[in-house]
Design a protein around this ligand. Structure first.
Ligand code: C5P
Ligand code: MG
Length: 173
């Protein structure tokens, strides 16, 4: 019997001058970056919560408290990989990731492929299983006024088992 699970993730960070803008592990040239305890990768945090959510493993702050000095300035792909490892240990395999970054500027579309490849590599997936979309907030609210960035993610996972889908993909062990 196959078991399909989905997980939802969301995150928000303030924008600040002099901070790097790191999205899905990719540094995007920008006047403003994201404030926070780790490298503040708002996209990696949303995807991490989606992975944890699909496996009902709590949330990112439970596994990586921002009060812990070990995670200060940390590469958030470490969190993402750890969440994936925890889910895999329970027998889940990620099928696909869809995500949206909401940021007024800079334009991000030229970085889409690099971000997809980085997230896919971190999760051990082909890039065509990772979707990254970008939106402005139409100059409305904290994101639209350029004070913050948000990200949303949804992840689908399959628990290993037997069945036609498992045979087709080879995910049978
Ligand atoms: O928010 P809006 O619908 O105006 O965005 C239009 C398009 O601009 C998006 O579909 C996306 O491809 C691109 N975009 C971007 N970088 C952003 C926001 C939007 O590349 N920061
Ligand atoms: Mg965060």
């Amino acid at each position: 019997m196959s078991e399909i699970r989905t997980g939802l993730g969301w995150d928000s960070h303030r924008l600040a001058a002099g901070r790097p803008l790191i999205l899905g592990g990719v540094t995007v040239p920008s006047e403003f970056g994201l404030e926070g305890h780790s490298d503040s990768d708002v996209l990696a945090h949303a995807i991490t919560d989606a992975v944890l959510g699909a496996a009902a493993l709590g949330d990112i702050g439970m596994h990586f408290p921002d009060s812990d000095p070990r995670w200060k300035g940390c590469d958030s792909l470490v969190f993402l990989r750890h969440a994936k490892d925890l889910a895999e240990a329970l027998g889940y395999r990620i099928v696909n990731v869809d995500s949206t970054v909401i940021l007024e500027r800079p334009k991000l579309k030229d970085y889409r492929q690099a971000i997809r490849e980085k997230v896919a590599e971190t999760l051990g997936l082909e890039p065509d299983r990772v979707s990254v979309k970008f939106k402005t907030a139409e100059q409305v609210g904290p994101v639209g006024e350029g004070r913050s960035a948000e990200s949303q993610a949804i992840v689908t996972m399959l628990k290993l088992g037997t069945g036609p889908w498992h045979e087709a993909t080879g995910w049978t062990s």
